[in-house]
Design a protein around this ligand. Structure first.
Ligand code: HEM
Length: 240
């Protein structure tokens, strides 16, 4: 009998766990570091440098980010291929969420491949050729130069929103599947909280992206500490 990846118990649990523990935590840290761009280039570069000063960083990256991401993505694509969407038969919102979870997963697989090769390794011909690793003092200008391109900015906004949704709805699925939230009302409430979290993470992520082309991002500049530093170090404003 053929193996069904979507019902292989241990792999399935490991898939859910890798989504929450290393990858979920990584995303919160990453969105925080990116948000420091609100307060200017020097501030963002300093935070990137602080990360690069962590001892054994490469090992932490390999075991804490790259391997869990590889497993989570490949297994996610396999179970998406076995998906049986029924949103057209049953119009319950959770059937649509089921499709959206798989669609965002496949999009994120491609987006993250692009993103990591581009910024972490500087390996995309025609785009950025300077890896952020080892060039922390140039981190802001590397990202800012790319985000001047409207197509790249739109791609990143989609990437941030897809990640926010995928992670927040992933929290809901995890809580239900691991028996943390059992009753019907508790599940409805948790779903609302997770949708709220998706919205919050989307706004924070979009603001972080916009901060690379406009001091203080989408917020009034009076709210930021050192917006002028960003304005002087970043290239001219984009024609957005
Ligand atoms: C505002 C949008 C974003 C910006 C400005 C941004 C910026 C960066 C930069 C500069 C790096 C290289 C870091 C380094 O080498 O130290 C990086 C790496 C990375 N980013 Fe993002 N990113 C964004 C969105 C995302 C999203 C939505 C995800 C989804 C989870 C993500 C996942 C990653 C991963 C997995 C790495 C590799 C981490 C590592 O090297 O350990 N990023 N990002």
């Amino acid at each position: 009998m053929a193996i069904k990846f979507s019902t292989t118990f241990l792999l399935r649990k490991l898939h859910q766990l890798t989504g929450i523990v290393p990858l979920g935590i990584f995303f919160f840290v990453h969105i925080f570091t990116n948000s420091t761009a609100m307060n200017g280039a020097a501030n963002f570069n300093k935070h990137v440098q602080d990360i690069h000063d962590i001892p054994y960083l490469l090992l932490i990256e390999i075991f804490g980010v790259f391997l869990p991401l590889l497993f989570h993505s490949i297994y996610g694509v396999l179970i998406s291929a076995e998906a049986k969407p029924n949103a057209f038969t049953y119009s319950y919102e959770r059937n649509w969420f089921y499709i959206l979870q798989r669609a965002t997963g496949i999009f994120l697989f491609l987006f993250l491949l692009f993103h990591i090769l581009n910024f972490r390794f500087g390996l995309l011909p025609g785009l950025n050729q300077t890896p952020v690793a080892g060039h922390a003092s140039e981190a802001f200008s590397i990202v800012s130069r790319e985000f001047q391109m409207v197509g790249i900015m739109i791609l990143y906004i989609l990437g941030v929103v897809a990640t926010a949704w995928h992670l927040a709805y992933g929290f809901f699925l995890f809580a239900v599947d691991w028996g943390i939230v059992i009753g019907e009302n508790a599940q409805k409430l948790t779903l609302k909280a997770c949708l709220g979290l998706a919205l919050l993470l989307s706004v924070v992520g979009i603001n972080a992206a916009v901060s690379f082309i406009r001091p203080c991002g989408i917020f009034p500049q009076a709210l930021c500490e050192a917006p002028k530093a960003a304005a002087t170090t970043a290239p001219a404003q984009t024609k957005f």
